[in-house]
Design a protein around this ligand. Structure first.
Ligand SMILES: N[C@@H](CCC(=O)N[C@@H](CS)C(=O)NCC(=O)O)C(=O)O
Length: 288
């Protein structure tokens, strides 16, 4: 296992999309690390000690010795640089493959996954099949409690220094609620997702024809890259949302790729074998 002297710690919520990306990154690189789970629905990400690590109050973040890095995208690039002896996920960007990996990372990263996620839950009867929906996500989409801002307001009173952070969260979640309630907007984001899945099927066809017949290949070739990390987490999210039928039947290479992912230990560790992760339709809390 690759390591260096400084302790690497991942701050995450295992149900969060971006956290899963960082988790898979670390596992794929085979790094020794500590985990610190933060429950988003309990607002642990908004406690002052964590805001001092990531002032946006978002997961994931890592600390490496005294240094902290927020954001799954930045985390991947940082770890590639800091641990050059571990498998590199983003190839050199002056090469064709490096450019391609970055392009796919951007394309997948541009999806409005929060609207797709909460929107699919909000309109689940129309849009999804066999979803595994956490209870808090249902609470989030099924309309505000008496005062949806109450928790943020009490945090403001308790920790006035971070008032601005809490105000931004109120705004962020109000605006997300509005988008999620708008069926047409949700459908439009899912159409963008479908178009991207069509492109990925084509990419897999190209990769397959360039790889030797019968040889295992990943998204862009024989090596598992950052594009695979992004793509794996997207496919995993579709499963929990009940949107996996967007692959089955119409996208054989994508379906086979998705099934192949389940043979990767790093994927199983970071996405599948999490404690009580979505084992029923009502457990769990927040799908971030
Ligand atoms: N660009 C960031 C986005 C991080 C993000 O939005 N995290 C969500 C969970 S997926 C979060 O922490 N939400 C809780 C909040 O904003 O209060 C990344 O890629 O890491």
């Amino acid at each position: 296992m690759a390591s260096n002297k400084k302790v690497l710690t991942l701050f995450y919520d295992f149900r969060s999309y971006c956290s899963q990306r960082a988790f898979l990154t670390i596992e794929e690189k085979g790094l020794a690390f500590k985990k610190r789970m933060l429950m988003l629905d309990l607002k642990e990400n908004l406690e002052p000690w964590y805001l001092d690590i990531n002032i946006k109050g978002e997961v994931p973040a890592i600390t490496h010795g005294d240094h902290s890095v927020p954001d799954s995208n930045q985390i991947l690039d940082y770890l590639d640089k800091e641990f050059p002896e571990s498998p590199r996920l983003q190839p050199d960007e002056t090469t064709t493959i490096g450019k391609k990996v970055r392009q796919w990372r951007n394309q997948i990263g541009d999806l409005k996954i929060d609207i797709i996620s909460f929107g699919s839950i909000r309109h689940r009867n129309e849009l999804t099949r066999n979803a595994l929906i956490p209870a808090a996500s249902l609470r989030f989409v099924e309309g505000p409690a008496k005062n949806p801002n109450a928790e943020y307001e009490s945090l403001m009173l308790k920790y006035p220094k971070y008032k601005e952070v809490y105000e931004k969260k109120i705004h962020k979640y109000r605006s997300l609620q509005e988008k999620v309630n708008d069926y047409d907007q949700v459908v439009s984001e899912i159409k963008t997702l479908d178009a991207l899945l069509d492109e990925t099927e084509k990419q897999l066809q190209e990769t397959k024809s360039q790889s030797g017949s019968g040889e295992e290949h990943w998204f862009l070739g024989h090596t598992f890259t950052a594009a695979d990390v992004y793509f794996a987490i997207l496919l995993n999210r579709l499963k929990y949302l009940g949107l996996v039928h967007h692959l089955y039947g119409s996208k054989p290479l994508l379906t086979a790729y998705y099934e192949r992912l389940h043979q990767r230990e790093a994927f199983l560790k970071s996405c599948v074998n999490q404690p009580n992760a979505f084992t029923s339709k009502t457990n769990g809390t927040n799908l971030g």
